[in-house]
Design a protein around this ligand. Sequence first.
Ligand SMILES: NC(=O)c1ccc[n+]([C@@H]2O[C@H](COP(=O)([O-])OP(=O)(O)OC[C@H]3O[C@@H](n4cnc5c(N)ncnc54)[C@H](OP(=O)(O)O)[C@@H]3O)[C@@H](O)[C@H]2O)c1
Length: 258
Amino acid sequence: MSETNETNIVGEQVDGQPGEQKVALVTGANKGIGYEIAAGLGALGWKIGVGARDEARREAAVAKLRAGGINAFGVPLDVTDDSSVTAAARLIEERAGRLDVLVNNAGITGGGPQEPTRVDPDRVRAAVETNVIGVIRVTNALLPLLRRSPSPRIVNVSSSVGSLTLQTTPGAETGPISAAYAPSKTFLNAVTVQYAKELAATNILINAVCPGYTATDLNAFQGVRTPQLGAVSAIRLATVPDDGPTGRFFSDEGEIPW
Ligand SMILES: NC(=O)c1ccc[n+]([C@@H]2O[C@H](COP(=O)([O-])OP(=O)(O)OC[C@H]3O[C@@H](n4cnc5c(N)ncnc54)[C@H](OP(=O)(O)O)[C@@H]3O)[C@@H](O)[C@H]2O)c1
């Protein structure tokens, strides 16, 4: 494998040839499922941008990943902030020159209560701003770098509670009644499909995944799966071959209906 040994403006080596070390950005990678997605992709020998808004938590995650032998670097990133996202794209260009995989993992529930008849509209707005508009903002800022990859992949971390098919199937497990979090994931699913349609003629594969009910801060650690298990479906879709799926929705047990 050839090495270009290019250096960037801060004198660090930049990955040169496509096909060498892959480069991924995981949003919300300082903890929970995002951290484990970063750890899992890093264990494949990839260079990992740890996207996170809180400096101390971001640097702690980077240090922990590096201590495990992973080539991780911190990417200051608030997905709700245009200038933060623009700066993150610039940083990745400097550090890596391209992006092979974007995992849009950052997400919030919006807090409770969320029953439609009494939800505070600000909770709905907040969930959509992070879980949907944040994904669009980050994806579009990173697309120029993804287009430089020979095999670009985008993975949107959604939830089965966003499946309208499951929500309307009697007896299906669909989580609590929600006018903010669940519909924000339905919206994210719909946006994923629209990206897949627009990008169908390119080599970019984009899919949504559900990690399953996972013990993280998001649910006060009530989930029943470990974050490592929650990361499995995202890692799988981040590493699908060129003839892999696009515009589809998966858990680690198989395909989920939209
Ligand atoms: N846990 C589950 O059972 C479950 C089930 C289905 C889907 N999911 C999805 O899985 C993803 C990860 O959730 P998790 O369970 O790992 O929750 P988590 O532990 O609360 O992690 C959420 C991550 O998103 C980050 N984040 C939130 N808002 C952000 C923003 N504006 N900009 C940048 N980062 C932001 C958080 O950063 P801070 O530390 O700065 O807050 C944190 O790193 C989410 O999309 C969630 O909806 C989770």
